[in-house]
Design a protein around this ligand. Structure first.
Ligand SMILES: Cc1cc2nc3c(=O)[nH]c(=O)nc-3n(C[C@H](O)[C@H](O)[C@H](O)COP(=O)(O)OP(=O)(O)OC[C@H]3O[C@@H](n4cnc5c(N)ncnc54)[C@H](O)[C@@H]3O)c2cc1C
Length: 335
């Protein structure tokens, strides 16, 4: 147990995605961090490790940070568990943040777990909401985490150890532009021995993989396990071509080889904010719903009237998804 009163400020790990931009999830978290910092009368601090890190400072400043602690070095171009853990843990030891928030990404989850272990504190992963609560102690961070496929939500606090830490699911909060009048910039020198058991022999980036453009698409057709077969799923691609829409979907069709991985929507895929989203045979697991909830109109087709997707849909169609798909294909096919 550490002395809670020694700890203050709200920290956000501002991850750099593919060494080209600040991760959107980190920018979203800065917005929520700002709100919490204002309520507590404390500083919002962004922590960044990167190659040529100076290029990212302005965007972090625009999203509400009071302070940026950063390190810039070629060895920080790629996430390296040992190096990042050592450096960030040293920052924590030196400055003692009360709350430390991470994006729920591969890097964020891996790093947060290691930092929490070193600090002997708790960590809640894949959080879907945050608030301050006095219920179990003054101004404790109350996190909301889905469990059992989103069927229940649990509230978790970290009462006796610091920092209070969690990783936050992409799309949980909205990016907010808030520029503070003055932002304190602290550059730390990189003086770490990079000898490690892990040697990076190549530097592939996600740019080498097909990238999804789902986040900007106005009309998305979502396919799920309820489409039953690859042939039916192919019809979804056909309908998308006819209607200038784009196919996305759940994790299930990826596992079945019906759809490429980069079209996954949800907690570990893309977040969409389309004008129209039509789901075909999708149950509505929370891991999927977090990725579609910003769509303006959601139409759901499912044969089960109790399917959870109907709780978030604007229009609910209880039917066989294949029948609706066939009908739409017929309607849009020009003879
Ligand atoms: C750590 C983690 C991360 C995850 N990340 C994601 C993610 O990013 N995105 C994601 O989508 N999932 C993700 N998942 C998986 C998620 O939990 C669900 O398993 C998945 O979303 C379910 O996909 P589904 O709705 O297609 O399939 P199912 O759950 O099998 O649901 C199929 C639905 O189709 C309906 N149906 C069946 N036949 C028909 C028919 N003929 N006509 C109409 N309806 C029919 C059924 O009633 C059912 O509701 C993740 C899971 C974990 C544990």
């Amino acid at each position: 147990m550490n002395n809670e009163s020694d700890y203050k400020d709200i920290w956000v790990f501002t991850e750099i995605k593919d060494h080209v931009k600040v991760h959107d999830c980190a920018l979203e978290i800065l917005g929520k961090g700002r709100e919490i910092a204002d309520k507590l009368g404390q500083n919002l601090v962004a922590v960044m490790l990167a190659l040529d890190a100076e290029q990212y400072i302005s965007v972090i400043e625009e999203h509400g940070a009071d302070k940026i602690i950063y390190m810039s070095h070629p060895e920080l171009k790629h996430y390296h568990e040992r190096i990042f853990t050592k450096i960030v843990h040293e920052f924590v030891e030196e400055y003692k943040p009360s709350i430390f928030l991470f994006p729920s990404t591969e890097v964020g989850n891996a790093l947060a777990a290691r930092i929490a272990y070193r600090c002997k504190t708790g960590l809640v992963s894949d959080v879907l909401n945050l608030e301050l609560s006095d219920e179990y102690g003054e101004n404790l961070l109350l996190t909301d985490k889905p469990a059992y496929g989103g069927n229940i939500h649990v509230k978790i606090i970290c009462p006796n150890t610091r920092p209070q830490m969690c990783t936050i699911t992409m799309g949980t909060f909205k990016k907010t532009l808030i520029q503070k009048a003055t932002v304190e910039i602290i550059k730390k020198e990189f003086n770490h021995d990079v000898q490690s058991k892990i040697k990076i022999i190549g530097t592939p980036t996600r740019k080498d993989k097909p990238t999804s453009t789902l986040s900007d698409v106005k009309f998305v057709l979502g396919g799920g396990n309820g489409l039953v077969s690859k042939d039916n799923f192919n019809k979804l691609f056909q309908l998308a071509r006819l209607t200038s829409g784009q196919v996305g979907g759940t994790r299930r069709p990826i596992l079945d080889g019906w759809m490429p991985e980069h079209l996954q929507i949800g907690i570990s895929g893309e977040t969409i904010s389309s004008d129209l989203y039509i789901s075909f045979g999708i149950s509505g697991a929370i891991q999927h719903v977090v990725g579609i909830k910003d769509s303006k109109t959601i139409v759901a087709i499912n044969k089960d009237p109790n399917a959870p997707i109907f709780r978030v849909a604007d229009y609910c169609i209880i039917a066989d998804a294949k029948d609706i798909l066939d009908g739409l294909l017929e309607y849009f096919t020009v003879d």
